[in-house]
Design a protein around this ligand. Structure first.
Ligand SMILES: *[C@@H]1O[C@H](CO)[C@@H](O)[C@H](O)[C@H]1NC(C)=O
Ligand SMILES: *[C@@H]1O[C@H](CO)[C@@H](O)[C@H](O)[C@H]1NC(C)=O
Ligand SMILES: *[C@@H]1O[C@H](CO)[C@@H](O)[C@H](O)[C@H]1NC(C)=O
Ligand SMILES: *[C@@H]1O[C@H](CO)[C@@H](O)[C@H](O)[C@H]1NC(C)=O
Ligand SMILES: *[C@@H]1O[C@H](CO)[C@@H](O)[C@H](O)[C@H]1NC(C)=O
Ligand SMILES: *[C@@H]1O[C@H](CO)[C@@H](O)[C@H](O)[C@H]1NC(C)=O
Length: 931
C-alpha cells in the first residue's frame, strides 16, 4: 500500500490536470499584526519570522506590576522568556488593542509560568471569559472573533495569586471564513493539528495569519505517513478556497481502515464544539469513488460516503458542530466499496463561546473619561488597579456597580467612599444615564458640584467629608428622582440652594465629621457609612424607609419608565411603618416551669424530634394549646451545661421576631430544660434540600423573605444594646420557620459578646460548623461579627443554589459550596448557580442582588465584608424588586388607597404556605453535631 502511494506521489509530474487556480505563497505582509512582548525592554524584530514585536510598557502606568524571567521548565518556542506579573488585590488587567469593526481576528495570549506561587486567573476576549489559566502549566489562549467595535480588550481576571502574561498577538483573519456560521461567538482554540508533521510548529510566515499548527506524526500504531516533498509545488484543482496553509497540507496520515482522532482532555461539562477537517489528496492518481470515508463524531455518523475528491477538486474540508462533555472522538472509517483507506491532513477543534455583549458604549466612554480625570490627580491610587477594560464586565471596576437595564449593562452606582482621592469633582460622571447613586464621601475632592442633566436618574449624592464648595447647581431643583444630597463635613461649603429646591433633600449633618476616615478599608458593595451600632442603626433605618419608599416610585428593570410619579399616599405611609427593631432592652419575663409541668406537656417525653450532644428535643403542648419544643439536657451529659446557660442568659435578655424566643425553662433535679415555641415548618436546611424539599419546592420569594428575616435576626444580635453579640453558629439548620414561614434564628449555645476594645479578641476555641466557618476566624482565632457574616453568606448561597455547604459525595471541586460557586459568580453565570427547582421562578435582578450580597459576605478578608445592617438593606431591596413585578402592577390596577403599605407588609409576611400536617423538626433545636 505504502509503496503504491509512493509511486503515485513520484509520478506527479507526469500527471495531467487542468489547474485553474494555484494558491500563491503568501506575501509576507504583517499588515494589521499587533505583537506585544510583555516586559520587553525595547521593540524588536524576530530574525526568523520578521515579526515586529513591541514592548507593553505604554499599557501600564502604575507600579503594581513586575517582570520576571521564566527559567523553568520550558522556554517558549520563540525563545521569549519574560512574563509580566500583576500583583493585584482583585479585579482584572486588560490590554486594549485596535481592531476594525466587522473584521475577523485571531487573538492569542501566551502564558509562561514561572511563578513559584500557585495562581489561576480567567482570560477574557472582550467580556467573554474563554479560559482559566493555571500556573501549573504553560499555556496559550487563542480566540477567533468578529470585532464589534474599534478595539478589543484582552483581560486577565484575577482568581488566585498573581495573573501573568508573556506575549499577546492580534492577527487579522482576512478571508479565513471561520466565523461565517458563528457571527456572535468567540471560537476558543482547543487543538490545531498538522497531521503527519514531525518537525516543529508551523506558523508565520508559512501561515499568513500566524495560526500555530502543532505537528502530530501518528494517531495510532497502524497509521501511515504520507507527504509531498517540500520541493514539489502543491496544486489545487478547481477554484477552491483553502483554509489550511500549504505547508500543513503537504503531510497527511492515512490508514487501511480507520483514523481515530481522540481528545479526552476537553473541559468537563457540556459545551459546543466545532471541528474542521482538512483533506488534500496527495496522490494525483486517485479518482472519484476511490477514497471514500464515513465520518463519526462521538459515535454519531456525521457524514456518509464522503469522497475526498468529490467536489471536483483534490482539496476538501468539512465542518461539524458537536456538543460534547470532556471528550471528542472523530473517527474516519473507510466506506464500503472504497479502494483506499481514509486520509486526513489536518484538523482544528474550537470550543464555541457565546459573545457576551459589552457594557453600553456610552457608559464605557464616560467611564474612560472619568478614569482619565481621576488619574490626572491620583496616579498612584490603588483604586485603579482594576480599572481596565470594560467598566462592568466580566468583573466591574472597583467602586463601580452595574445592572442590566433595557437589555444592556449600564453603570448605576459609583461608590468611591474613602479612597483617598483628590482633585476636582468629576464633571463627566454626570453623563452616566442610569447613575442613581454617587458616593464620593470621605475623600479629598475639592471644587464645585457639577451640574447634572435634567434627565438624570440620580437618587442619592453623597459628597460629605470632602472639601466641596457651593453652590448646589440649579439643575438639582428639577432632577426628578433626587432624594438626598449629603454635603456634611465640607468646611468650605456655603449653604446656597437653588430656587425651587426642596431643602429637606439636603443633609448637611456634620455629626460624623470627626469620624475617623477608614483609610484604605474598602467598601465594595454598599453605599453609606452605617457601622454596626445601635445609634447609627436607628438613623439608618429612618433613612432606609425614606429610600425604600421613594424607590418604589422608581420602578426598576422591566417596569422602567412606566411608573407613576409621586403617589399621594406615600408620605403618610413612611412613618406608619412597623418598626423593625426596638433596640432598647425589654424586660422579658421567662417563665420557670416545674418538671411535672414539662412532663405533662410532653406526655412524659413521648415525641422525640431531635437529638444532639447535649441531650434531646421533644415535642409538647402547653395547657393553653401552644405547641412547644422542649430541649432537655440529660443528667449524664457533661457537655452542654455552658451552652445551656449561655442560651438561657442570652435569650432572657434579648427578643426579636426573627430570633427563636425562649418561653421558659426548668432547673429541677439536675435537669436543665429549655422550652421554645414549636416551629412547625422545620428548618431552612430541611426546606432547601432535606426531606421537606422533596415534598414541596421552596419558591424563590419565600426563600428571599426567609433570608431577610434571618438577616434581621442577626442584625439585631449584632447591634444588641450597642454591643455586638456574635452567634458563632449561623447555618441553615439553625434558621427555623414558624407556621407562617417567618424565619427565626435559633441555637445560641455558642453565642458570645464581641470582643471589646482592650480584649485581645483572640480566643482559643474556634466554634462553628464545617462549610460555614469563616476562614479568617479559623486561622487567626480572632472573633468578630464578620464571622457570622461569612456564615450567613454561605446560607445565602444555599438559598440560591439549593446545595449543601459541604458535600464530599460530590466531585472534589464541588465539595465546598463556596469554592464551587465562586467562579460562577465571578463570571456572572447565574444559570449555573441557581437551584434548578426554582428556574424561571425568580426575577433575575433580585436574584443577582442576593448573589452579590453573598459574594461580599464570603470575602476572605473580614474587613471587606459588609455589616448585617447593609445586608438587610440589600435583601430588602431585592425583595422589593422581586415583589415589585407583580405587586406593583396589581397596585396600579387597583384604584384602592393605601397600596404602598400593602406592598410593604407583603415583604414582611411571606406568602402563606399551608402548614403541613406532619411537620418534621428533626434536629431543629438540637445543638450542632460535635465537631
Ligand atoms: C518591521 O520592522 C522593520 C524594522 O524596523 C521595518 O522595516 C518594517 O517595516 C516593519 N514591518 C512592519 C510590517 O511594520
Ligand atoms: C515600539 O513600537 C510601537 C509601535 O510600533 C511604537 O509606538 C513605539 O514608539 C516603539 N517604541 C520604541 C521604544 O521604539
Ligand atoms: C520525520 O521524522 C523522520 C525520522 O525522524 C525523518 O526521517 C523524516 O525526515 C521526518 N520528516 C519530516 C517531514 O521532517
Ligand atoms: C516555513 O517558512 C520558512 C521561511 O519561509 C521556511 O524556511 C521553512 O522551511 C518553512 N517551514 C516549514 C515547516 O515548511
Ligand atoms: C474563484 O472564486 C472566487 C470567489 O468565488 C472568484 O472571485 C474568482 O474570480 C474565482 N477565480 C477563478 C479563476 O475562477
Ligand atoms: C470512537 O468512535 C468510533 C466510531 O464510532 C468507535 O468505533 C470507537 O470505539 C470510539 N473510540 C473510543 C475510544 O471511544
Amino acid at each position: 500500500m505504502m509503496e503504491e502511494l509512493d509511486k503515485w506521489v513520484s509520478r506527479v509530474a507526469e500527471s495531467f490536470f487542468l489547474f485553474i487556480f494555484i494558491l500563491s505563497q503568501s506575501t509576507f505582509a504583517q499588515e494589521g499584526f499587533v505583537s506585544i512582548a510583555c516586559c520587553a525592554e525595547a521593540n524588536s524584530t524576530d530574525p526568523i519570522t520578521n515579526i515586529n514585536w513591541t514592548t507593553d510598557s505604554p499599557f501600564f502606568l502604575d507600579r503594581v506590576i513586575s517582570c520576571q524571567k521564566i527559567s523553568k521548565p520550558v522556554v517558549s518556542q520563540t525563545g521569549y522568556n519574560e512574563a509580566r506579573i500583576f500583583n493585584i488585590a482583585s479585579g482584572k488587567r486588560c490590554y486594549t488593542l485596535p481592531t476594525t469593526e466587522g473584521e475577523d481576528y485571531l487573538i492569542r495570549g501566551t502564558f509562561l509560568s514561572g511563578a513559584s506561587e500557585h495562581s489561576s486567573f480567567g482570560v477574557s476576549v472582550g467580556v467573554t471569559v474563554l479560559s482559566l489559566v493555571r500556573s501549573s502549566e504553560n499555556s496559550d489562549v487563542e480566540g477567533l472573533f468578529k470585532a464589534s467595535s474599534n478595539y478589543i480588550d484582552f483581560c486577565l481576571v484575577k482568581k488566585e495569586g498573581a495573573p501573568y502574561i508573556s506575549q499577546l498577538v492580534l492577527r487579522p483573519l482576512k478571508d479565513l471564513d471561520y466565523l461565517k456560521d458563528f457571527p456572535s461567538s468567540v471560537l476558543k482554540l482547543v487543538k490545531r493539528i498538522n497531521l503527519g508533521g514531525n518537525g516543529t510548529d508551523i506558523r508565520y510566515p508559512n501561515d499568513t495569519s500566524d495560526r500555530i499548527w502543532e505537528p502530530k506524526s501518528s494517531l495510532g500504531p497502524t497509521n501511515q505517513f504520507i507527504a509531498r516533498p517540500s520541493n514539489q509545488i502543491l496544486h489545487f484543482k478547481f477554484n477552491v478556497t483553502v483554509k489550511a496553509p500549504i505547508e500543513v497540507l503537504r503531510t497527511a496520515l492515512t490508514d487501511l481502515n480507520r483514523l481515530e482522532i481522540l481528545h479526552n482532555d476537553l473541559e468537563t461539562g457540556d459545551s459546543d464544539y466545532v471541528v474542521f477537517l482538512y483533506f488534500l489528496e496527495l496522490s494525483d492518481m486517485v479518482r472519484l469513488g476511490q477514497r471514500v470515508l464515513d465520518i463519526y463524531v462521538n459515535n454519531e455518523k456525521k457524514s456518509t460516503s464522503f469522497d475526498v475528491v468529490g467536489n471536483l477538486s483534490n482539496y476538501n474540508e468539512v465542518v461539524f458542530n458537536v456538543r460534547a462533555n470532556g471528550s471528542l472522538n472523530v473517527t474516519l472509517v473507510k466506506a464500503p466499496g472504497s479502494v483506499l483507506g481514509p486520509i486526513c491532513n489536518s484538523y482544528e477543534i474550537f470550543q464555541v463561546h457565546q459573545w457576551d455583549p459589552q457594557t453600553s458604549p456610552e457608559d464605557v466612554e464616560v467611564s474612560l473619561k472619568v478614569k482619565h480625570e481621576l488619574l490626572m490627580y491620583n496616579q498612584q491610587n490603588k483604586v485603579f488597579q482594576s480599572w481596565f477594560g470594560d467598566p462592568c464586565l466580566p468583573l466591574p471596576w472597583d467602586g463601580i456597580f452595574c445592572e442590566r437595564i433595557a437589555g444592556s449593562t449600564v453603570i448605576t452606582k459609583v461608590d468611591l467612599y474613602s479612597r483617598n482621592l483628590i482633585g476636582p469633582l468629576l464633571p463627566d460622571i454626570t453623563e452616566l444615564t442610569y447613575l442613581n447613586t454617587l458616593n464620593l464621601s470621605s475623600n479629598g475632592f475639592s471644587g464645585v458640584i457639577p451640574s447634572f442633566p435634567s434627565s438624570s436618574m440620580l437618587r442619592l449624592l453623597d459628597l460629605s467629608n470632602n472639601d466641596i464648595m457651593g453652590p448646589v447647581p440649579q439643575s438639582f431643583a428639577s432632577m426628578p428622582k433626587l432624594e438626598m444630597i449629603y454635603l456634611g463635613c465640607n468646611p468650605h461649603f456655603e449653604n446656597e440652594l437653588p430656587s425651587g429646591f426642596n431643602s429637606s433633600k439636603l443633609n448637611t449633618d456634620s455629626q460624623s465629621c470627626s469620624m475617623e476616615r477608614p483609610g484604605s478599608m474598602k467598601r465594595r458593595i454598599f453605599i453609606g457609612s452605617v457601622a454596626c451600632g445601635s445609634f447609627l442603626l436607628t438613623v439608618a433605618l429612618v433613612i432606609y424607609f425614606v429610600r425604600v419608599y421613594k424607590q418604589k416610585l422608581i420602578p426598576r428593570g422591566r417596569f422602567n419608565g412606566k411608573g407613576i410619579k409621586g403617589h399621594p399616599m406615600m408620605k403618610n405611609v413612611i412613618f406608619s411603618l412597623p418598626s423593625i427593631d426596638d433596640v432598647a432592652i425589654k424586660s422579658i419575663s421567662i417563665e420557670t416551669f416545674t418538671l411535672e409541668y414539662i412532663e405533662a406537656a410532653t406526655e412524659k417525653y413521648r415525641t422525640l424530634i431531635g437529638e444532639g450532644g447535649f441531650g434531646s428535643v421533644y415535642r409538647g403542648t402547653l395547657p393553653d394549646g401552644q405547641e412547644v419544643a422542649v430541649k432537655v439536657r440529660s443528667a449524664t451529659s457533661t457537655q452542654g451545661t455552658r451552652e445551656f446557660e449561655n442560651e438561657l442568659n442570652l435569650l432572657s435578655a434579648i427578643r426579636h421576631e426573627n430570633l427563636v424566643p425562649l418561653l421558659g425553662y426548668c432547673c429541677e433535679n439536675d435537669q436543665e430544660i429549655l422550652v421554645y415555641p414549636f416551629m412547625s415548618n422545620g428548618s431552612l436546611q430541611d426546606r432547601l434540600y432535606g426531606e421537606a424539599s422533596k415534598r414541596k419546592t421552596l419558591d424563590w420569594a419565600t426563600r428571599l423573605s426567609i433570608a431577610l428575616g434571618a438577616a434581621r435576626g442577626l442584625m439585631h444580635l449584632h447591634t444588641f444594646a450597642g454591643r455586638c453579640i456574635i452567634h458563632r453558629d449561623v447555618k441553615s439548620s439553625n434558621i427555623l420557620l414558624d407556621h407562617s414561614m417567618c424565619a427565626k434564628v435559633a441555637d445560641f449555645g455558642f453565642s458570645k459578646y464581641a470582643p471589646q476594645e482592650g480584649d485581645s479578641g483572640a480566643s482559643l476555641e474556634v466554634r462553628g460548623t464545617a462549610g460555614y466557618l469563616d476562614p479568617e476566624y479559623y486561622m487567626t482565632h480572632h472573633l468578630s461579627d464578620k464571622s457570622d457574616v461569612f456564615s450567613f453568606g454561605v446560607v445565602l448561597l444555599e438559598i440560591v443554589s439549593g446545595r449543601e455547604p459541604l458535600n464530599i459525595r460530590r466531585p472534589r471541586n464541588e465539595w465546598s459550596l463556596v469554592e464551587w460557586a465562586k467562579p460562577y459568580i465571578r463570571e456572572a453565570k447565574i444559570d449555573e448557580l441557581v437551584d434548578p427547582s426554582i428556574k424561571g421562578g425568580y426575577h433575575a435582578e433580585a436574584l443577582w442582588r442576593v448573589v452579590e450580597v453573598a459574594w461580599s459576605c464570603i470575602e476572605p478578608f473580614s474587613a471587606y465584608r459588609p455589616c448585617m445592617v447593609d445586608i438587610v438593606r440589600e435583601l430588602e431591596d431585592a425583595l422589593i424588586i422581586e415583589n415589585n413585578a407583580s405587586e406593583y402592577m396589581r397596585s396600579i390596577e387597583s384604584s384602592g388607597s393605601n397600596h404602598f403599605s400593602v406592598v410593604f407588609e407583603k415583604r414582611n409576611v411571606p406568602p402563606a404556605i399551608p402548614t403541613e400536617t406532619s411537620p418534621t423538626l428533626t434536629q431543629n433545636l438540637a445543638p450542632p453535631e460535635p465537631r
